[in-house]
Ligand binder design. Structure first.
Ligand code: NAP
Ligand code: ZN
Ligand code: ZN
Length: 348
Protein backbone atom coordinates (compact mmCIF):
# COMPACT_ATOMS: atom_id res chain seq x y z
CA UNK A 1 0.00 0.00 0.00
CA UNK A 2 1.06 3.60 -0.62
CA UNK A 3 1.02 6.04 2.34
CA UNK A 4 -0.75 9.33 1.58
CA UNK A 5 -1.31 12.55 3.50
CA UNK A 6 -4.66 14.24 3.17
CA UNK A 7 -7.23 16.58 4.68
CA UNK A 8 -10.59 15.09 5.60
CA UNK A 9 -13.99 15.91 7.05
CA UNK A 10 -14.89 13.46 9.82
CA UNK A 11 -18.57 14.50 10.17
CA UNK A 12 -21.01 16.94 8.52
CA UNK A 13 -20.24 19.57 11.14
CA UNK A 14 -16.53 19.15 11.79
CA UNK A 15 -13.93 21.33 10.06
CA UNK A 16 -11.52 19.54 7.72
CA UNK A 17 -8.23 18.45 9.29
CA UNK A 18 -5.15 16.31 8.62
CA UNK A 19 -5.84 12.66 7.81
CA UNK A 20 -3.31 10.02 6.79
CA UNK A 21 -4.44 7.02 4.76
CA UNK A 22 -3.23 4.51 2.15
CA UNK A 23 -3.88 3.98 -1.51
CA UNK A 24 -3.68 0.64 -3.34
CA UNK A 25 -0.50 -0.58 -4.99
CA UNK A 26 -0.59 -0.04 -8.73
CA UNK A 27 -2.55 -2.46 -10.88
CA UNK A 28 -1.48 -3.08 -14.49
CA UNK A 29 -3.44 -0.11 -15.89
CA UNK A 30 -2.98 2.29 -12.97
CA UNK A 31 -0.94 5.45 -12.80
CA UNK A 32 0.32 7.10 -9.62
CA UNK A 33 -0.07 10.89 -9.72
CA UNK A 34 1.85 13.18 -7.40
CA UNK A 35 -0.72 15.93 -6.85
CA UNK A 36 0.45 19.50 -7.43
CA UNK A 37 -2.88 21.32 -7.28
CA UNK A 38 -6.42 20.46 -6.26
CA UNK A 39 -9.37 22.76 -7.00
CA UNK A 40 -12.11 23.46 -4.46
CA UNK A 41 -15.59 22.85 -5.92
CA UNK A 42 -18.85 23.83 -4.25
CA UNK A 43 -19.78 20.13 -4.49
CA UNK A 44 -16.97 19.49 -1.98
CA UNK A 45 -18.85 21.63 0.53
CA UNK A 46 -22.27 20.09 -0.27
CA UNK A 47 -20.82 16.62 0.32
CA UNK A 48 -18.52 17.35 3.28
CA UNK A 49 -21.59 18.82 5.02
CA UNK A 50 -23.88 15.99 3.84
CA UNK A 51 -26.25 18.36 2.04
CA UNK A 52 -27.17 15.72 -0.56
CA UNK A 53 -27.51 12.88 2.02
CA UNK A 54 -25.57 9.61 2.32
CA UNK A 55 -22.12 11.13 2.84
CA UNK A 56 -19.36 8.71 3.89
CA UNK A 57 -16.73 9.71 6.50
CA UNK A 58 -13.86 10.25 6.85
CA UNK A 59 -14.10 12.12 3.54
CA UNK A 60 -11.12 13.53 1.65
CA UNK A 61 -12.84 15.81 -0.91
CA UNK A 62 -11.33 17.09 -4.15
CA UNK A 63 -12.04 16.21 -7.78
CA UNK A 64 -10.10 18.84 -9.71
CA UNK A 65 -6.66 17.28 -9.64
CA UNK A 66 -3.50 18.10 -11.57
CA UNK A 67 -0.13 16.53 -10.95
CA UNK A 68 2.79 14.60 -12.36
CA UNK A 69 2.79 10.92 -13.18
CA UNK A 70 5.43 9.36 -10.91
CA UNK A 71 4.82 5.66 -11.56
CA UNK A 72 2.95 3.57 -14.13
CA UNK A 73 1.51 0.05 -14.06
CA UNK A 74 3.02 -2.55 -16.40
CA UNK A 75 0.28 -2.23 -19.07
CA UNK A 76 -0.14 1.56 -19.07
CA UNK A 77 -0.14 2.91 -22.64
CA UNK A 78 -1.28 6.54 -22.39
CA UNK A 79 1.21 7.92 -19.84
CA UNK A 80 4.87 7.90 -18.93
CA UNK A 81 6.64 9.08 -15.80
CA UNK A 82 6.92 12.88 -15.82
CA UNK A 83 3.72 13.58 -17.79
CA UNK A 84 1.38 16.26 -16.46
CA UNK A 85 -1.94 14.56 -15.81
CA UNK A 86 -5.40 15.33 -14.49
CA UNK A 87 -8.04 13.39 -12.56
CA UNK A 88 -11.60 14.68 -12.37
CA UNK A 89 -14.91 13.74 -10.78
CA UNK A 90 -14.91 10.08 -11.87
CA UNK A 91 -12.33 7.35 -11.31
CA UNK A 92 -14.17 4.30 -12.66
CA UNK A 93 -17.40 2.93 -14.13
CA UNK A 94 -18.68 -0.47 -15.33
CA UNK A 95 -16.89 -0.01 -18.72
CA UNK A 96 -19.42 -2.30 -20.45
CA UNK A 97 -22.79 -0.51 -20.69
CA UNK A 98 -23.84 1.66 -23.63
CA UNK A 99 -22.85 5.03 -22.12
CA UNK A 100 -19.49 3.56 -21.03
CA UNK A 101 -18.90 2.12 -24.53
CA UNK A 102 -19.60 5.62 -25.90
CA UNK A 103 -17.09 7.13 -23.43
CA UNK A 104 -19.92 8.89 -21.60
CA UNK A 105 -19.11 7.06 -18.40
CA UNK A 106 -20.66 9.76 -16.22
CA UNK A 107 -24.01 8.24 -17.23
CA UNK A 108 -22.92 4.61 -16.60
CA UNK A 109 -26.06 2.52 -16.01
CA UNK A 110 -24.48 1.08 -12.84
CA UNK A 111 -23.50 4.56 -11.71
CA UNK A 112 -20.05 6.05 -12.16
CA UNK A 113 -17.52 5.70 -9.36
CA UNK A 114 -16.92 9.16 -7.94
CA UNK A 115 -13.45 10.32 -6.99
CA UNK A 116 -14.55 10.59 -3.34
CA UNK A 117 -17.60 10.14 -1.09
CA UNK A 118 -18.35 6.67 -2.44
CA UNK A 119 -16.95 3.18 -2.64
CA UNK A 120 -14.65 1.92 -5.33
CA UNK A 121 -15.98 -0.90 -7.52
CA UNK A 122 -14.90 -3.50 -4.94
CA UNK A 123 -17.70 -1.95 -2.80
CA UNK A 124 -15.32 -1.97 0.19
CA UNK A 125 -12.64 0.66 -0.33
CA UNK A 126 -13.72 4.25 0.33
CA UNK A 127 -12.62 6.43 -2.60
CA UNK A 128 -10.68 9.44 -1.36
CA UNK A 129 -10.15 12.61 -3.36
CA UNK A 130 -7.61 15.22 -4.27
CA UNK A 131 -7.03 17.11 -1.03
CA UNK A 132 -4.11 14.71 -0.70
CA UNK A 133 -0.54 14.16 -1.81
CA UNK A 134 -0.95 11.22 -4.21
CA UNK A 135 -3.71 9.47 -6.16
CA UNK A 136 -3.86 6.09 -7.90
CA UNK A 137 -6.23 5.84 -10.87
CA UNK A 138 -6.82 3.63 -13.90
CA UNK A 139 -5.40 5.44 -16.95
CA UNK A 140 -8.80 5.43 -18.69
CA UNK A 141 -9.97 8.08 -16.20
CA UNK A 142 -6.76 10.15 -16.27
CA UNK A 143 -6.23 13.01 -18.75
CA UNK A 144 -3.31 14.64 -20.49
CA UNK A 145 -2.76 18.27 -19.49
CA UNK A 146 -0.87 20.33 -22.05
CA UNK A 147 2.27 22.04 -20.83
CA UNK A 148 0.82 25.20 -22.44
CA UNK A 149 -1.63 25.38 -19.52
CA UNK A 150 -0.73 26.76 -16.10
CA UNK A 151 -1.22 23.70 -13.84
CA UNK A 152 -2.99 25.61 -11.03
CA UNK A 153 -5.39 27.25 -13.50
CA UNK A 154 -5.92 23.92 -15.26
CA UNK A 155 -7.05 22.04 -12.13
CA UNK A 156 -10.60 23.51 -12.10
CA UNK A 157 -11.06 22.45 -15.73
CA UNK A 158 -11.45 18.87 -14.44
CA UNK A 159 -14.84 19.71 -12.90
CA UNK A 160 -15.93 23.34 -13.38
CA UNK A 161 -14.53 23.27 -16.92
CA UNK A 162 -16.07 20.07 -18.22
CA UNK A 163 -19.38 20.62 -16.37
CA UNK A 164 -19.97 23.83 -18.32
CA UNK A 165 -18.30 22.87 -21.63
CA UNK A 166 -20.38 19.69 -22.00
CA UNK A 167 -23.91 21.21 -21.80
CA UNK A 168 -22.94 24.21 -23.96
CA UNK A 169 -21.72 21.75 -26.63
CA UNK A 170 -24.83 19.58 -26.16
CA UNK A 171 -27.01 22.66 -26.71
CA UNK A 172 -25.05 23.35 -29.91
CA UNK A 173 -24.05 26.89 -28.93
CA UNK A 174 -22.73 28.68 -32.01
CA UNK A 175 -21.63 32.18 -33.03
CA UNK A 176 -24.37 34.73 -32.51
CA UNK A 177 -26.44 32.65 -30.08
CA UNK A 178 -27.69 34.54 -27.07
CA UNK A 179 -26.44 32.81 -23.93
CA UNK A 180 -27.19 33.71 -20.30
CA UNK A 181 -24.83 32.49 -17.61
CA UNK A 182 -26.46 32.54 -14.18
CA UNK A 183 -24.06 32.86 -11.24
CA UNK A 184 -20.47 34.02 -11.40
CA UNK A 185 -18.71 31.39 -9.31
CA UNK A 186 -16.38 28.55 -10.25
CA UNK A 187 -18.71 26.98 -12.83
CA UNK A 188 -20.18 30.30 -13.96
CA UNK A 189 -16.86 31.89 -14.82
CA UNK A 190 -15.82 28.82 -16.83
CA UNK A 191 -19.20 28.75 -18.60
CA UNK A 192 -18.72 32.41 -19.42
CA UNK A 193 -15.27 31.80 -20.92
CA UNK A 194 -16.51 28.85 -23.02
CA UNK A 195 -19.65 30.60 -24.29
CA UNK A 196 -17.54 33.59 -25.33
CA UNK A 197 -15.00 31.30 -27.05
CA UNK A 198 -17.87 29.59 -28.90
CA UNK A 199 -18.84 32.98 -30.33
CA UNK A 200 -22.06 33.60 -28.41
CA UNK A 201 -23.41 36.92 -27.21
CA UNK A 202 -23.07 36.36 -23.47
CA UNK A 203 -24.94 38.00 -20.59
CA UNK A 204 -23.90 37.30 -17.03
CA UNK A 205 -26.63 37.23 -14.36
CA UNK A 206 -25.39 37.71 -10.82
CA UNK A 207 -26.62 38.55 -7.33
CA UNK A 208 -23.37 40.42 -6.67
CA UNK A 209 -23.20 43.99 -8.09
CA UNK A 210 -19.46 44.01 -7.34
CA UNK A 211 -18.90 41.32 -10.00
CA UNK A 212 -19.93 43.45 -13.01
CA UNK A 213 -16.41 44.68 -13.73
CA UNK A 214 -14.96 41.17 -13.49
CA UNK A 215 -17.71 39.69 -15.67
CA UNK A 216 -16.85 42.16 -18.43
CA UNK A 217 -13.12 41.47 -17.98
CA UNK A 218 -13.85 37.76 -18.34
CA UNK A 219 -15.55 38.46 -21.66
CA UNK A 220 -19.26 39.01 -20.85
CA UNK A 221 -20.95 41.38 -23.30
CA UNK A 222 -23.65 42.35 -20.80
CA UNK A 223 -24.25 42.12 -17.06
CA UNK A 224 -27.63 41.93 -15.27
CA UNK A 225 -28.24 42.02 -11.55
CA UNK A 226 -30.78 39.24 -10.99
CA UNK A 227 -32.33 41.14 -8.08
CA UNK A 228 -33.20 44.04 -10.44
CA UNK A 229 -36.79 43.21 -11.44
CA UNK A 230 -36.94 45.82 -14.20
CA UNK A 231 -33.78 44.53 -15.85
CA UNK A 232 -35.00 40.94 -15.55
CA UNK A 233 -38.32 41.84 -17.19
CA UNK A 234 -36.48 43.53 -20.03
CA UNK A 235 -34.68 40.27 -20.84
CA UNK A 236 -37.78 38.04 -20.92
CA UNK A 237 -37.91 35.67 -23.94
CA UNK A 238 -34.51 36.87 -25.17
CA UNK A 239 -32.06 33.97 -24.76
CA UNK A 240 -31.47 30.76 -26.70
CA UNK A 241 -29.67 29.15 -23.78
CA UNK A 242 -29.50 29.73 -20.01
CA UNK A 243 -26.71 27.98 -18.13
CA UNK A 244 -27.87 27.79 -14.50
CA UNK A 245 -24.94 27.27 -12.10
CA UNK A 246 -26.60 28.41 -8.86
CA UNK A 247 -25.62 26.48 -5.74
CA UNK A 248 -28.36 27.96 -3.53
CA UNK A 249 -32.15 27.42 -3.62
CA UNK A 250 -33.93 29.66 -6.15
CA UNK A 251 -36.95 29.72 -8.47
CA UNK A 252 -36.27 28.12 -11.83
CA UNK A 253 -39.06 30.21 -13.35
CA UNK A 254 -37.07 33.40 -12.87
CA UNK A 255 -34.59 32.09 -15.42
CA UNK A 256 -36.95 30.01 -17.59
CA UNK A 257 -38.75 33.22 -18.44
CA UNK A 258 -35.57 34.52 -20.04
CA UNK A 259 -35.81 31.88 -22.80
CA UNK A 260 -37.11 32.53 -26.31
CA UNK A 261 -38.82 29.98 -28.59
CA UNK A 262 -37.35 26.48 -28.08
CA UNK A 263 -34.89 27.92 -25.55
CA UNK A 264 -33.11 25.56 -23.19
CA UNK A 265 -32.17 26.00 -19.56
CA UNK A 266 -29.11 23.88 -18.85
CA UNK A 267 -29.12 23.04 -15.14
CA UNK A 268 -25.78 22.17 -13.55
CA UNK A 269 -26.13 23.73 -10.07
CA UNK A 270 -27.27 21.35 -7.33
CA UNK A 271 -28.88 23.22 -4.41
CA UNK A 272 -30.05 21.26 -1.41
CA UNK A 273 -33.75 22.19 -1.85
CA UNK A 274 -35.71 21.13 -4.90
CA UNK A 275 -37.50 23.84 -6.88
CA UNK A 276 -41.14 23.96 -7.99
CA UNK A 277 -41.66 24.62 -11.68
CA UNK A 278 -44.84 26.12 -13.08
CA UNK A 279 -45.61 24.24 -16.34
CA UNK A 280 -46.89 27.54 -17.76
CA UNK A 281 -43.32 28.81 -17.84
CA UNK A 282 -42.39 25.69 -19.83
CA UNK A 283 -45.18 25.59 -22.41
CA UNK A 284 -44.78 29.24 -23.21
CA UNK A 285 -42.09 29.41 -25.95
CA UNK A 286 -41.84 25.57 -25.80
CA UNK A 287 -38.97 25.88 -23.34
CA UNK A 288 -37.07 22.96 -21.90
CA UNK A 289 -34.94 22.19 -18.88
CA UNK A 290 -31.95 19.92 -19.39
CA UNK A 291 -29.68 18.65 -16.65
CA UNK A 292 -26.06 17.78 -17.25
CA UNK A 293 -23.49 15.91 -15.20
CA UNK A 294 -19.77 16.64 -15.70
CA UNK A 295 -18.60 14.99 -18.96
CA UNK A 296 -17.26 11.64 -20.14
CA UNK A 297 -13.62 10.70 -20.66
CA UNK A 298 -13.59 11.52 -24.39
CA UNK A 299 -15.23 14.91 -23.97
CA UNK A 300 -13.09 15.80 -20.95
CA UNK A 301 -9.90 15.26 -22.98
CA UNK A 302 -11.49 17.20 -25.88
CA UNK A 303 -12.24 20.11 -23.50
CA UNK A 304 -8.69 20.09 -22.10
CA UNK A 305 -7.27 20.17 -25.63
CA UNK A 306 -9.71 22.96 -26.56
CA UNK A 307 -8.47 24.94 -23.54
CA UNK A 308 -4.84 24.45 -24.59
CA UNK A 309 -5.65 25.66 -28.14
CA UNK A 310 -7.73 28.61 -26.96
CA UNK A 311 -5.62 29.56 -23.97
CA UNK A 312 -8.40 28.99 -21.43
CA UNK A 313 -7.76 28.31 -17.75
CA UNK A 314 -9.65 29.17 -14.56
CA UNK A 315 -8.97 32.37 -12.63
CA UNK A 316 -7.68 31.03 -9.35
CA UNK A 317 -6.72 31.98 -5.81
CA UNK A 318 -4.03 29.55 -4.71
CA UNK A 319 -4.15 28.62 -1.01
CA UNK A 320 -2.26 26.32 1.34
CA UNK A 321 -4.41 23.42 2.54
CA UNK A 322 -4.35 24.82 6.07
CA UNK A 323 -6.71 27.60 4.81
CA UNK A 324 -9.36 25.21 3.49
CA UNK A 325 -12.00 25.82 6.18
CA UNK A 326 -11.76 29.58 5.71
CA UNK A 327 -11.99 29.05 1.93
CA UNK A 328 -15.27 27.10 2.37
CA UNK A 329 -16.76 30.02 4.34
CA UNK A 330 -15.68 32.48 1.65
CA UNK A 331 -17.22 30.31 -1.12
CA UNK A 332 -20.51 30.32 0.80
CA UNK A 333 -20.39 34.13 0.75
CA UNK A 334 -19.70 34.12 -3.03
CA UNK A 335 -16.34 35.65 -2.17
CA UNK A 336 -13.88 33.91 -4.45
CA UNK A 337 -12.26 34.99 -7.70
CA UNK A 338 -13.21 32.54 -9.10
CA UNK A 339 -11.86 29.21 -7.85
CA UNK A 340 -9.75 28.31 -4.85
CA UNK A 341 -6.97 25.90 -5.74
CA UNK A 342 -4.94 24.15 -3.06
CA UNK A 343 -1.17 24.11 -3.52
CA UNK A 344 -0.49 20.57 -2.38
CA UNK A 345 3.15 21.45 -1.57
CA UNK A 346 1.64 22.81 1.68
CA UNK A 347 1.00 19.20 2.78
CA UNK A 348 4.26 17.59 1.69
P1 NAP B 1 -19.69 28.58 -6.50
O1 NAP B 1 -18.31 28.86 -6.96
O2 NAP B 1 -20.01 28.75 -5.07
O3 NAP B 1 -20.68 29.45 -7.41
C1 NAP B 1 -22.07 29.46 -7.22
C2 NAP B 1 -22.60 30.86 -7.51
O4 NAP B 1 -24.00 30.84 -7.26
C3 NAP B 1 -22.07 31.96 -6.63
O5 NAP B 1 -20.84 32.47 -7.06
C4 NAP B 1 -23.16 32.99 -6.73
O6 NAP B 1 -23.00 33.76 -7.91
C5 NAP B 1 -24.40 32.16 -6.88
N1 NAP B 1 -25.11 32.08 -5.59
C6 NAP B 1 -24.63 31.60 -4.42
N2 NAP B 1 -25.55 31.74 -3.46
C7 NAP B 1 -26.62 32.30 -4.04
C8 NAP B 1 -27.90 32.69 -3.56
N3 NAP B 1 -28.25 32.52 -2.28
N4 NAP B 1 -28.79 33.20 -4.46
C9 NAP B 1 -28.45 33.35 -5.74
N5 NAP B 1 -27.23 33.03 -6.23
C10 NAP B 1 -26.35 32.50 -5.39
O7 NAP B 1 -20.11 27.07 -6.85
P2 NAP B 1 -19.61 26.13 -8.07
O8 NAP B 1 -18.44 25.34 -7.62
O9 NAP B 1 -19.56 26.95 -9.30
O10 NAP B 1 -20.83 25.11 -8.14
C11 NAP B 1 -22.14 25.56 -8.50
C12 NAP B 1 -23.14 24.44 -8.32
O11 NAP B 1 -22.91 23.44 -9.32
C13 NAP B 1 -23.04 23.70 -6.98
O12 NAP B 1 -24.35 23.41 -6.52
C14 NAP B 1 -22.29 22.42 -7.33
O13 NAP B 1 -22.57 21.35 -6.46
C15 NAP B 1 -22.85 22.15 -8.70
N6 NAP B 1 -22.00 21.28 -9.55
C16 NAP B 1 -22.63 20.44 -10.42
C17 NAP B 1 -21.91 19.65 -11.29
C18 NAP B 1 -22.59 18.78 -12.30
O14 NAP B 1 -22.00 17.80 -12.78
N7 NAP B 1 -23.81 19.11 -12.68
C19 NAP B 1 -20.51 19.69 -11.25
C20 NAP B 1 -19.90 20.57 -10.37
C21 NAP B 1 -20.65 21.36 -9.53
P3 NAP B 1 -23.26 35.35 -7.95
O15 NAP B 1 -22.45 35.93 -6.82
O16 NAP B 1 -22.77 35.75 -9.29
O17 NAP B 1 -24.72 35.51 -7.79
ZN1 ZN C 1 -17.06 19.64 -8.82
ZN1 ZN D 1 -21.19 1.61 -17.49
Amino acid sequence: MIPVKGFAASSPTSPLGPYDFERRDLREHDVLVDILFSGVCHSDIHQARDEWGGSIYPMVPGHEIVGHVVKTGSQVKKFKVGDTAGVGVMIDSCRACKPCSNKMEQYCVEGMTGTYNGYERDKVTIAQGGYSTLIVCDERYVYHISDKLDPAGAAPLLCAGITTYSPLKFAGVKPGDKVAIVGLGGLGHMGLKFAVAMGAEVTLFSTSPSKEKDAKKLGAHHFVLNTDEKAMKKHESYFDVVLNTLSAPHHYETYLELLNLNGKMLVVGLPKEHPDVNPMALIYNRRSITGSMIGGTAETQEMLDYCAENNIVADVEVIPIQHINEAYERILKSDVKYRFVIDMASLK
